[in-house]
Design a protein around this ligand. Structure first.
Ligand SMILES: Cc1cc2nc3c(=O)[nH]c(=O)nc-3n(C[C@H](O)[C@H](O)[C@H](O)COP(=O)(O)OP(=O)(O)OC[C@H]3O[C@@H](n4cnc5c(N)ncnc54)[C@H](O)[C@@H]3O)c2cc1C
Ligand code: HEM
Length: 406
């Protein structure tokens, strides 16, 4: 239990720390990764360079500190992060390393403002927050290992098939090398793929959503080749596309994530995806077709054009099996005469036709796409608890959390 005085100090310093934005967390990461370069085998180096991880950590830490006397209220956020931590192999023994470097970074950035009393209050608060993560993650590790077909950390899988879904997206069908039974998962979950690439000193980790229904003899991931002009080529996605062939092995974590469809419900679902954000939705759609085909489903998908539009035939075929299913396709930059329901971006007016009572909305796509869609849905009166979304990178805030000053 934290003392009243500690709670008071923490709450009064959050606004000061938040004002420094990500300065402290950026300094913290540099400091920690130079003292503990072995952690570069866990952290995503690109997210570091782009600053997105620093923002995610700062936002969460300050939000937790603001609610330090009622930490149970941040459990949903902790759960989402703990899933990511578990899929990457973040362990109990890593927390003191983060704590030590975070406090040192606070001192170094804030200078005289960080009095001994403030630092020791933050040490207590960090330990309290860390314990919430550690406890939840310990349970997740035990579940992942003890579930039917489960395993500890990473296990080798063999690529048994590689299928081109569009000019930029390719699916990899993966079977465990030890031929063990596959664990079940919830549609929408992802795995972490850990690879060693020649020329890279450290191991690289990336998350990929499972794109087919659970209960098959394989896991399917579908990967977009990240290769925008004027930007560095995506390291792992290009490696997977170019260098990983049928028969090769990939190290995979047990499925994780809380962007999941409740398959026990019959209520309407509206799937809204942009580009490769369609992958977790494909798992959800395949699962509904397999287990509950009469459930009302709207599948809304936006792609640049037909060439990059993945799973076009698979969705068509699935829709034939869903008597209450409809699809709506947008092409934002059609390259020729192409058949879509709409040319251009999704608008609030278009989304209006998909609003239905009691529906749940599942959204995944590029960040600006998600922001626009979520804001439209809210303006159209959809309650926050019915809107579910997944970021393909460290989570960003779509809107200010209620009651937060950050
Ligand atoms: C929960 C989750 C699920 C996901 N599911 C999928 C999925 O199903 N399919 C899928 O394809 N992806 C998915 N992703 C994304 C995936 O994990 C990878 O982020 C993606 O494949 C890119 O990895 P990369 O190594 O190829 O690119 P990286 O090397 O990590 O680069 C990423 C992007 O950043 C740009 N970049 C690199 N360096 C810099 C720099 N210094 N400054 C600015 N820009 C830079 C690159 O050009 C590239 O566009 C998911 C992510 C998450 C978190
Ligand atoms: C209380 C302490 C911690 C907090 C508040 C915290 C917070 C976060 C947040 C907000 C994210 C982004 C989640 C997302 O993807 O949306 C994240 C991801 C991550 N965290 Fe933590 N974390 C903590 C401790 C740790 C520790 C101890 C480690 C291991 C050294 C760690 C390693 C990671 C890694 C590797 C990622 C993924 C980042 C990436 O790949 O870019 N975290 N954490």
């Amino acid at each position: 239990m934290l003392s009243e005085r500690t709670i008071e100090i923490i709450k009064s310093t959050v606004p000061v720390l938040a004002k420094q934005g990500t300065e402290i967390t950026s300094h913290f990461y540099k400091r920690m990764l130079s003292n503990h370069p072995e952690l570069l085998n866990i952290f995503n180096h690109t997210n570091q360079q782009k600053g997105r991880q620093q923002t995610a950590l700062a936002t969460t830490l300050y939000a937790a500190a603001e609610r330090i006397d009622q930490l149970e209220t941040i459990l949903p956020v902790v759960k989402q992060i703990a899933h990511k931590h578990r899929s990457l192999g973040v362990k109990k023994e890593h927390y003191p390393i983060v704590g030590e470097n975070l406090l040192a970074a606070m001192k170094e950035v804030l200078g005289d403002l960080a009095t001994d009393e403030i630092i020791s209050a933050w040490e207590e608060a960090y330990n309290e927050i860390a314990n919430v993560f550690i406890e939840l993650e310990q349970r997740m590790y035990a579940d992942a290992e003890n579930m039917e077909g489960g395993w500890k950390d990473f296990k080798p899988f063999v690529v048994v098939d590689k299928v081109k879904e569009s000019s930029v997206i390719t699916s990899f069908y993966l079977k465990p090398k030890d031929n063990a039974v596959l664990p079940s998962f919830l549609p929408g979950q992802y795995v972490t793929v850990k690879v060693k690439i020649d020329g890279h000193q450290y191991l690289l980790n990336r998350q990929y959503s499972l794109s087919d229904a659970p209960g098959k003899e394989y896991f399917r991931i579908s990967v977009k080749r990240e290769a925008e002009p004027d930007q560095p080529k995506g390291v792992v996605s290009n490696y997977l596309h170019d260098d990983v062939q049928i028969g090769d092995e990939l190290n995979i974590s047990v499925p994780a994530g809380d962007f999941t469809l409740d398959v026990t419900q019959n209520s309407p679902v509206v799937f809204i995806s942009g580009g490769v954000g369609v992958t977790p939705i494909m798992s959800m759609l395949n699962t509904i077709a397999k287990e509950n085909p009469s459930r009302p489903v709207r599948f809304v998908h936006s792609a640049k054009n037909e060439d990059v539009h993945a799973f076009r035939l698979e969705v068509k075929e699935l829709m034939n099996r869903l008597p209450n299913g409809t699809s709506f396709i947008c092409y934002t930059e059609p390259s020729r005469q192409e058949s879509a329901n709409h040319t251009g971006y999704l608008t609030k007016d278009i989304l209006k036709q998909f609003i239905s009572e009691n529906a749940d909305y599942f959204i995944c796509g590029p960040v600006p796409f998600m922001k626009a869609v979520i804001n439209y849905l809210k303006e159209l009166g959809v309650a926050s608890e019915n809107i579910h979304y997944e970021f393909f990178g460290p989570a960003l805030q779509i809107e200010q959390p209620k009651g937060s000053t950050i």
